[in-house]
Every structure is written in C-alpha cells, then in structure tokens.
Design a protein around this ligand. Structure first.
Ligand code: LER
Ligand code: MN
Length: 245
C-alpha cells in the first residue's frame, strides 16, 4: 500500500471473501496514515472459495451469498470513502439453464438492493467475460438488467479486460453506459490483464474519452501482477494520468 501513496493514488479497492476476518483496528489507522479512501469492495472470492452464489440452484448458497453481501455492506459503513460493493463473480454461473439462473439471480438481487437501501450503500454490477461466467457478459446486457431492476442503488462497473473480450466496440459501450448515467467505476487492465502498455488496448484513449464525456468517478487498476506489481502501480499512473509540466 505504501507504493499507492507514493504515486498519488487516492484510494484502494479490496477483494474481501469474508468481512468478519477484517481487522479494522489494524486497517483503519493504516488507511488514515496513507491518506487512502476505499473505493470499492470486491466480493467474488466468496463464490470462488465457498461457492456462495446469488444464482445458485441451492437455496442455502443463495441465502449465504445474500448474507455475505450484507456483511460486506456493514463493513463498507466502517471504511473511509463510502466504498461501493461489487457484484461480479458472486452472481455465480448458470449450472446449465441460463434463463432459470437469471430468474434466481434477479430474485436475489432484489433482496440485495433492499439491503443496499437499508444500509445506504451503492452496488456495482460488473459484466464479466464468458470464460468466467455465462451470466451477464456485456455492458449493454448489464444496462438492460440494471434498468429492469429499477433501483437507484445499482450502477455499472466496466472492466477493460472483460470489454476487450466481449464488446463489439469498447468506446460505444462506454458511451452507452454514460448516456444512461450508470457508469460509476472502471477497472483498468491491458488486453492481457498486464500493466497498461504491455498489451494492445489504447487505454489512454479510453480514459480520455470517458473524461471528455463527463466521467468523474473511480478508475481502479485491476491487473495480474505482471510484469511485476511495482510496474502495474507505476504504469497505471504513468501511462494514463501523468500530467507533463
Ligand atoms: C472482478 O472485478 C473481475 O474482473 C473478475 O474477472 C474476477 O475474476
Ligand atoms: Mn474487474
């Protein structure tokens, strides 16, 4: 985290499987000392490690996923920066019948959104590429879904790595999301999920076009630590946000 502070980052995003395991007495002073907000809390590890899924055919797993997200919401209230809660992989996979899974997902999401209202937190839905889930892969699909759920607590997270795989045109997808006033968060990685500059995406253009149409929320680097963690932290700033004097 020291590196983040060094390069002028304003916040940090945490992937948290189980908020019960977070020691706030250690974390809070550290964030304060480094002057970092928490931008968002990723929740997908609860699916990857424990199978908790909002769309599972197993009612216990669905209940577990909703309860876990409630616990993420409670944690969000304790952290600086009003962090969003990300619904990415915790929505699960279809187990074969996509329309049945989507019905279960919708019912779970309505409960999650009621909780979001109760705790006064905002949720981000992240379209994820087909190799990780078969439920909601593209930005236009996610927008339709968010509109259908009709909650003012639900926004869109667009991830350049997933968009590079799934979108017909990344710029059009982002303009569409901005036109719907739903885009609140962007995950940045190059096409291969390496540091900016190590793949073939024009990330500088993506960032600049978003700023041009009024995007004023978070850009969060979500990369594999390749070629190294230090290079990821540096390139995110150097390639995309460096102001030449
Ligand atoms: C989560 O933000 C994400 O992008 C997924 O690919 C996690 O595996
Ligand atoms: Mn992501």
């Amino acid at each position: 985290m020291l590196l983040l502070n060094l390069y002028g980052y304003r916040g940090v995003e945490f992937a948290i499987r189980d908020p019960e395991k977070v020691d706030l007495s250690e974390l809070t002073p550290l964030l304060e000392r480094l002057n970092l907000q928490v931008s968002a809390i990723g929740t997908g590890q609860a699916f990857v490690d424990e199978g908790l899924s909002l769309s599972s055919s197993d009612a216990e797993k669905r209940k577990g996923a909703i309860a876990r997200l409630e616990s993420h919401m409670k944690l969000s209230k304790e952290l600086p920066g009003y962090p969003y809660i990300i619904v990415g992989l915790i929505r699960g996979r279809s187990e074969g019948d996509i329309s049945k899974a989507m019905e279960r997902l919708k019912a779970s999401m309505l409960e999650v959104l009621d909780l979001a209202e109760k705790y006064d937190v905002n949720i981000l839905l992240e379209p994820i590429n087909r190799y990780e889930t078969d439920l909601i892969n593209t930005v236009p699909e996610a927008i339709r879904w968010i509109r259908d759920l009709g909650s003012k607590r639900l926004f869109l997270l667009a991830d350049t790595f997933h968009m590079n795989i799934e979108e017909r045109n990344i710029f059009e997808a982002l303009r569409l999301a901005m036109g719907h006033h739903l885009l609140r968060y962007v995950h940045i990685a190059d096409s291969n999920r390496w540091a900016p500059g190590y793949g073939h995406l024009d990330l500088e253009r993506i960032v600049n076009e978003l700023l041009k149409v009024g995007y004023e929320w978070w850009f969060s680097g979500e990369m594999l630590p390749k070629p190294s963690l230090e290079e990821c932290v540096y390139r995110m700033v150097r390639e995309l946000f460096w102001e030449e004097s």
